[in-house]
Ligand binder design. Sequence first.
Ligand code: PEP
Ligand code: MG
Length: 562
Amino acid sequence: MTGLEQFELVETVLRGTPAVPGIAVAPAIRPTARVNVDARIGPISESDRAAELTAFHAAAATVAQRLRDRAAASSGAAAEVLAANAAMAGDRGWLGVAQRRIAEGDPATMAAIVATEQFAVMFAKLGGLMAERVTDLRDVCDRVVAELVGAPEPGIPTPAMPSILLAADLAPADTAGLDPALVIALATSLGGATSHTAIIARQLGIPCVVGVDGLDKVPAGTQVLVDGSAGTVTVAPDAAAAARRVADYRAVAARNAEWSGPGATADGHRVDVLANVQDGAGARAAQATAAAGIGLFRTELCFLERESEPTVEEQARIYREVLDAYPNAKVVLRTLDAGSDKPLRFAEHPDEANPALGVRGIRIAARDSGILDRQLDAIALAAAGRDVVPWVMAPMISTAAETKSFADKVRSRGLVPGVMIEVPAAALLAETILEHVEFASIGTNDLAQYTMAADRMSPELAALTDPWQPAVLTLVARTAAAGRTMDKPIGVCGEAAADPLLACVLVGLGVSSLSSAAPAVAAVGAMLSSVTLDACREAAAAVLGSADPADARELARKILVA
Ligand code: PEP
Ligand code: MG
């Protein structure tokens, strides 16, 4: 009997790193690999070419119809993309080039690829929106090739029923395209809790566990239960027990959902509870929570797929959507944090051995200030005529000089400048940085990565990048103290602010706002409303003296959970 068969028969618990809380049970789906075509095949004999052409047209028509059916079954942006891709599969120009190649002796698979590459070069040259379509065109081609050789469709399948996606890893762009109604949980064998895949999953409200040992042995179709709070994937769970766990989780979530803000401790100490978003749709979704505003708009996530830099007007349109969702509230936009695991094609990143330590975030402006200048112009355009002036902060600030240069640019456009504190150097010298700006927001994901010298993407190092690490919390305390001295507000917008218990500790350390993905807002607000400021301070003092994250959690739990 193989390992796979055992999973189907016996309940097995696989352990990973909790990334997004929530429990779901459903059959597993897996991404399908694209078919590699051997370029050496061919030419085909003249007598077979008519049949090859018929097969090609049939495959293209099947793919187009499948995409049209999916478009009809979807809504919003997903429906538009699917419909556009269906049109590509039936495009006369593309079909014509492939048809000519087949007539000259190319096998249909090769003809599809050659035609696709011809159009890809042309689209890339045209730039702008056309260049954006290259990925879609290649995706359509991969599907046609798979259809021709009788292989399953490549990429993330669109399931017919709510399912749980299991994968080795997912690119942020793949995760961003998921439909939370159909992909109800996510588990990966790679990645850390603060990888951007996990962040986007949190944004979408999809329970997620990363770095799961043994996940690659679980075949598609197996029933699995993902517990995003415990960090487990139960293969072939007992059906009744699984249903009970889902129901219990829903009951707690329903209690949290009753929290209606504003953010405050039980004894009335006010704390801004805000939402992290990645686009206008995310901001509109956040309106359903009691978040008082937006504490982090990760602007780079709007452009992960872009081949070319969006124009100032186009950017302004996108930023305006987020400002429109919170017209009278605090909105903090972060300038492009491109680089490392979120490269932007138009930012022209250098080839680096250690991209996380490389030209990332604000450092891009030192090579070419144009991208930052144009983004700030776009934000100012989006903000024009509004009652509330948006706050704008820079990622990856390390020095006072970087801060001053950024703050001057932001102020000259009538906006409110701030920084992210996510590099230990910035936390250690927070006063010298705060001197130039109006506020700071602590990015605990990167602060943990750089403090502990541990890749936030690495499942093996997840214990080191745990935001409960006393060294990380010491730097949070250091920054909050600088904020008090300089009378500047200090928030936290890293994933630490999404953990209700840790959120209370952060308040005890002196932070004045907490910003988390919208699905975590209610749990954070509800927990905060159940504790006093004194208890938060007591817990903060205890965790600063703790030995390790497990000890810190335990100490905080004893003080904060009745
Ligand atoms: C952080 O580092 O904590 C943060 C909020 O920024 P990002 O996760 O986007 O790097
Ligand atoms: Mg960061």
